[in-house]
Design a protein around this ligand. Structure first.
Ligand SMILES: [Cu+2]
Length: 291
């Protein structure tokens, strides 16, 4: 058991240290040979994926592509250091782009785990599930292109790997004048549920529940004592009245009997009691043996 626990802790530490080991520029592999599965979905066997690639279909409201733009987004654990409570992050968490722009996103993962740059809320008849999505596993670079709609709107961008968004990989892409912002974007918008990493403030800290006072336990203790006293008194009464009754009963039973007869009777009772005791012991040992 101890050996197994040690192995689990050791492998967890090894995995964590490997995942966050420093990634050098030469470690970044660029995914360029992706297989086109149609409808803007491209993949390779090394964990590279593009979903919603669109280089030429005009979204509603765009009579033409207004221009071409490129952004480079870096993702990794190290980008979380300025934001207490986060574990992952992008090097930027907000991007502003003109409507109808053909945007190429270069996504660089600087961790040894899987990360994504996933954008939501796009028109579904062009972008499957309204998503544009770039993904790589381990230190790598992948690039994809989409055309942004004409509408002024703010789009959610995040990494969809479990807990990565909650731990900092959340951003927003603002098209034109944008729309309502998203909460909890590191360095951009306030937390949906504020955390307090500073010294405890008396006004904001909920008082710990008061320790039970000894007086609150008194009735229970008294109750126990009362019931114990009751049993003791009952025992005394039974003893006082029961003993003479038992003696008197035995007196009547043995009246006129010889000492030999009394002895024989007592021996029979003792033998009977001894047999019962042996039987109970045998049953007890049998039960213990079964367990
Ligand atoms: Cu991620």
């Amino acid at each position: 058991m101890l050996k197994h626990s040690f192995l689990i802790v050791f492998s967890a530490l090894l995995t964590a240290s490997t995942a966050f080991a420093e990634v050098k520029t030469q470690d970044i592999v660029e995914h360029t040979m992706l297989m086109d599965h149609g409808d803007g979905h491209l993949m390779d066997m090394e964990g590279g994926m593009i979903m919603g690639q669109n280089k030429d279909k005009l979204p509603p409201g765009c009579s033409k592509i207004s221009g071409d733009a490129e952004i480079t987004v870096r993702a990794g654990h190290k980008y979380s250091k300025d934001f207490p409570g986060t574990m992952f992050g992008f090097d930027q968490h907000e991007w502003r782009i003109k409507p109808c722009t053909r945007l190429t996103v270069h996504f660089i993962n600087e961790d040894r785990v899987r990360h994504q740059w996933m954008m939501h809320g796009l028109p579904k008849f062009i972008y499957d599930k309204g998503m544009f999505h770039l993904e790589v596993t381990g230190p790598a670079k992948i690039s994809g292109t989409l055309i942004l709609p004409a509408e002024d709107r703010t789009y959610l961008v995040h990494c969809d790997i479990a807990q990565h968004m909650e731990k900092g990989m959340k951003g927003q892409l603002i098209v034109g004048k944008g729309g309502p912002p998203f909460p909890s974007i590191p360095g951009v918008t306030g937390l949906a549920i504020p955390d307090n990493y500073g010294p405890a403030q008396p006004s904001t800290v909920t008082a710990a529940p008061a320790a039970p006072q000894p007086s609150s336990k008194l009735p229970a203790v008294t109750e126990t004592r009362r019931s114990s006293s009751g049993i003791f008194v009952l025992g005394v009464v039974l003893g006082l009245f029961g003993t003479p009754l038992a003696i008197s009963s035995y007196r009547q039973r043995f009246q006129g009997k010889s000492a030999r007869e009394v002895l024989s009777y007592a021996t029979a009772i003792a033998k009977h009691a001894f047999d019962r005791l042996l039987g109970a012991l045998a049953m007890l040992l049998n039960n213990v043996g079964k367990k």
